[in-house]
Design a protein around this ligand. Structure first.
Ligand SMILES: *[C@@H]1O[C@H](CO)[C@@H](O)[C@H](O)[C@H]1NC(C)=O
Ligand SMILES: *[C@@H]1O[C@H](CO)[C@@H](O)[C@H](O)[C@H]1NC(C)=O
Length: 319
């Protein structure tokens, strides 16, 4: 497989966990996130936690420099997939491993707090924060995009339930650990990623009217329909939890289709990486655009605009 260049619109498999301060309108004392960081600026998760008045999340794998995990922890890694990693995977930290890291993190945090108490309260989430925290996910893109290198579209469509079964079992493990607030991003229009356009879009007949690879977007849409169904199923099963499904695909596809309306000069470009023009991009501005749209609450099921007051942080968009 060719070396991967990721651009902004490529969100990697994430499990975010966010803990927000108790006094906050959303009542999430923390956030736990599961995603990567291929960007030359702030990512969607950075804008979201900032909008919640929380500090940026420290990654679970960054233990140097006394990081504080009081308001959450980021378990995401770039290029991670939902299904177990193989010898050729970009990242060994697949979703199941990220969930195991969370389980270990929680057990160790509670053990240390019990042993040392106040001394560590500024560094570790309190027990209550694990229950009230927001668990954020961005799942599917790397599984689908990676599959196109070895599978046909039909094979990929048939493979979607396998990916989602793995996701569901991770959510169940987290629920069993006491997680109650789930925030699930659907997958973006991966056919519009520069990497996929460059590799799979050399024949113009493969592209849609916005210059995106049709088959990739078709797979993303099929994945999202099933992910939405799964979100509703989980909400039905877990009546004491909140499951929010967020339609990232529509937000990003709108940005790509209407880029000039939103002040962008190019719809399909990478922020960084190899190859020069015509594939370069302002990733931070795009991520801020996506975040501000998420925070309108209109792209969510259930919608949440009436519950959110932290939106005020987004009154002056910068893109
Ligand atoms: C679900 O959301 C509602 C409304 O924001 C909130 O009152 C409730 O406490 C939440 N449930 C859980 C389990 O956090
Ligand atoms: C582009 O913007 C127009 C006007 O706001 C809207 O009707 C259309 O749905 C947008 N396109 C996409 C793909 O979201």
């Amino acid at each position: 497989m060719a070396t991967k260049n990721f651009n902004t619109l490529q969100i990697l498999t994430m499990l975010f966990v966010v803990f927000l301060p108790i006094a906050h309108s959303l009542n999430y004392p923390a956030v736990f996130n599961f995603a990567g960081r291929f960007s030359d600026g702030r990512l969607i998760i950075d804008f979201l936690v900032a909008a919640m008045d929380l500090p940026f999340l420290n990654p679970y794998l960054d233990s140097v420099g006394m990081p504080s995990f009081r308001n959450g922890c980021n378990f995401a890694t770039g290029g991670a997939i939902t299904l177990p990693a193989t010898a050729t995977s970009v990242s060994p930290f697949s979703f199941g491993i990220q969930v195991s890291q969370f389980v270990r993190f929680k057990a160790r945090a509670l053990q240390l707090l019990a042993a040392k108490g106040k001394e560590l309260e500024n560094y570790l989430p309190l027990e209550d924060s694990f229950r009230k925290g927001l668990y954020m996910f961005d799942i599917g893109q790397n599984d689908l995009a990676g599959a196109f290198y070895s599978k046909t579209l039909d094979q990929i469509l048939a493979f979607i339930p396998t990916i989602l079964a793995q996701f569901e079992s991770g959510i169940k493990r987290l629920y069993d650990q006491g997680a109650r607030n789930f925030w699930i991003h659907n997958t973006g229009p991966l056919g519009c990623l520069t990497q996929n356009v460059a590799v799979f879009g050399t024949n113009p007949s493969k592209l849609d009217e916005h210059g995106c690879v049709s088959s990739h977007n078709q797979a993303a849409k099929a994945f999202n329909l099933q992910l939405h169904d799964l979100s509703k199923k989980l909400q039905g099963q877990y009546s004491d939890a909140n499951v929010t499904y967020v339609d990232i695909f529509s937000i990003k596809y709108d940005l790509i289709a209407n880029y000039s309306l939103y002040g962008f000069q190019q719809p399909i470009m990478a922020c960084c990486g190899y190859g020069g023009l015509p594939l370069n991009y302002n990733s931070q501005a795009a991520n801020q655009f996506v975040s501000s749209k998420i925070l309108t609450g209109k792209y969510s099921d259930p919608p949440f605009s009436d519950k959110i007051s932290f939106l005020t942080s987004f009154e002056t968009p910068m893109w």
